[in-house]
Design a protein around this ligand. Structure first.
Ligand code: NDP
Length: 281
């Protein structure tokens, strides 16, 4: 029996798993569709019920894969999608959301994010998001790739305080947000969604990570995910199109790292000692 996945509470009071599933690069190639759908379903079976997608991924192809994976089990899933900044106008966001809903084959998105800041005023995007909420097309909205100054600005616009999450690049090798953005969000109970939690696989070759992983009979990916699970209010969304790796990632929950080894990891991947502008992929 596996331990349940720890949860993070959204501002609405809804609990979501601290370990979900990403889907970037899914839907690009018909030959991989079967494995992508199967891996997402495996993740759902294992409690990784938060799925992150975006209209950008494979030009909607990722949303279509997600739509197939959640068919018949929509109520188990916490569905996150994102709007392109270029579509984030009063009218454009509504139309983009409707297209996403069609591809996802559902009537609602649980959390709809602005993918990154673009040229439309935040007020306008927030107004569109609030309208989508009132129409029942989305349950909540949030942002992605917002640094502290963007978040401050967001909170100053009407209804900007309704932001339900900020999705940013965060992993052992990208700890800049620990200096300011992470505590800023934690103080306000705004969850941080950590994207590229294993640095798209690049982190897995780090010698110190490999060494620590061996002492726990774990894999480097599991240690990288355990690092994020240790943080309050952080949801990580590793992507895998391989059901075995999904299980491996799920089992990061069971890795219990000692204080001594946290210190070893801090030495290998030092936390920030000064402000760094937000990293993006
Ligand atoms: P991840 O850090 O999740 O790494 C994904 C890569 O690692 C894939 O190549 C995957 O390959 C491989 N992988 C996954 N698990 C393992 C494992 N246990 N062992 C070895 N390799 C593994 O990178 P992503 O960039 O995909 O980030 C996760 C998600 O975050 C995205 O899919 C997307 O949903 C979101 N995202 C959001 C962004 C934003 O701007 N808001 C930007 C980037 C990502 P395989 O599939 O073959 O297993």
């Amino acid at each position: 029996m596996r331990e349940p996945i720890p949860t993070v509470t959204l501002p609405s009071g809804i609990l979501v798993p601290a370990l979900g599933q990403g889907t970037w690069n899914m839907g690009e190639n018909a030959a991989s569709a079967r494995d992508e759908i199967a891996s997402l379903k495996t993740g759902l079976d294992l409690g990784m019920t938060l799925i992150d997608t975006a209209e950008m991924y494979a030009d909607g192809g990722s949303e279509e894969i997600v739509g197939k994976a959640i068919e018949g089990r929509r109520d188990e899933v916490f569905l996150v999608s994102k709007v392109y900044p270029a579509n984030a106008s009063r009218k454009g966001a509504v139309e983009a959301c409707e297209r996403s809903l069609r591809r996802l084959n559902t009537d609602r998105i649980d959390l709809y994010l602005l993918h990154w800041r673009g040229n439309y005023p935040l007020e306008e995007t927030v107004e569109a998001f609030e309208g989508l909420k009132a129409a029942g097309k989305i349950e909540a909205w949030g942002v992605s790739n917002f640094d502290v100054d963007d978040m401050d600005e967001l909170l100053s616009v009407p209804n900007g305080g309704n932001v339900a999450a900020n999705q940013v690049l965060y992993n052992l090798s990208r700890r800049g947000i620990e200096y300011d953005l992470l505590p800023w969000c934690q103080e306000r109970s705004i969850p941080v969604m950590a994207y590229s939690p294993i640095e798209q696989g690049r982190l897995l070759h780090h010698p110190e990570l490999i060494r620590v992983a061996k002492t726990y009979q774990a894999t480097p990916a599991q240690i990288a995910l355990a690092f994020l699970l240790e943080r309050d209010g952080v949801i990580s969304i590793p992507k895998s199109s391989n059901a075995q790796r999904i299980e491996e990632n799920r089992d990061s929950i069971d890795v219990d790292i000692t204080d001594e080894d946290w210190a070893v990891l801090d030495a290998a991947f030092p936390p920030p000692s000064r402000k760094k502008s937000l990293d993006m992929l």
